[in-house]
Ligand binder design. Structure first.
Ligand code: COA
Length: 156
């Protein structure tokens, strides 16, 4: 069984992330969406809120688990028997960052490999920060994020 981890901050998850996830599920039998820490980022939603939003967004998908970690992503992958990490690339600007992240992961554990999916051009401008900025400016984000994100914003 081919198992992969799709790690990210997912703060919050967007339809762009869900597009990458759906495509990863065509390649892997199981994908764990992993809410992980990026030490350089300030949190908008708590880890628990992010996990709940993702769980709701993927409830119809087969072969998906949702979890979180405060440790290294590759250590989590090893622990659960996953062989690959999934990442999305939206533009050339993502490449440099992804390249160094991939190299750091390879240094930590070269047995876990990375797989990259090119973002659908329709989603290439979406980021979690852009979603947050739009929401704060009262722009309608309902076509860009799952319903669970809208509901969680409404509760906050
Ligand atoms: N659709 C929408 N947005 C996308 C996207 C897509 N297809 N692909 C990337 N993004 C956006 C995200 O929304 C996010 O936007 P933001 O910066 O406005 O929040 C940005 O691209 C990148 O976010 P993400 O993919 O979540 O990565 P990240 O840099 O926040 O986090 C981790 C990377 C969490 C996977 C990484 O830091 C990690 O593994 N941390 C754990 C510790 C570790 O193992 N570190 C690595 C080795 S030292």
């Amino acid at each position: 069984m081919k198992k992969a981890i799709y790690p990210g901050s997912f703060d919050p998850i967007t339809n762009g992330h869900l597009d990458i996830l759906k495509r990863a599920l065509e390649v892997f039998d199981e994908v764990v969406v992993l809410v992980a820490d990026n030490q350089n980022k300030k949190q908008r939603f708590t880890v628990e809120e992010r996990v709940l939003m993702i769980k709701d967004a993927v409830k119809e998908y087969k072969g998906v688990k949702v979890d979180s970690t405060h440790g290294l992503t590759v250590a989590y992958a090893k622990k659960v028997g996953a062989t690959h990490l999934i990442r999305g690339l939206r533009a050339v600007t993502d490449f440099e960052y992804e390249f160094s992240l991939a190299e750091a992961n390879r240094f930590i554990d070269s047995s876990i490999d990375m797989v990259f999916f090119m973002a659908n051009p329709e989603h290439s401008y979406i980021s979690s920060s852009a979603i947050d900025d739009m929401h704060k400016a009262n722009v309608d984000i309902s076509k860009l994020v799952p319903e669970s994100v809208i509901k969680t914003y409404q509760k906050k």
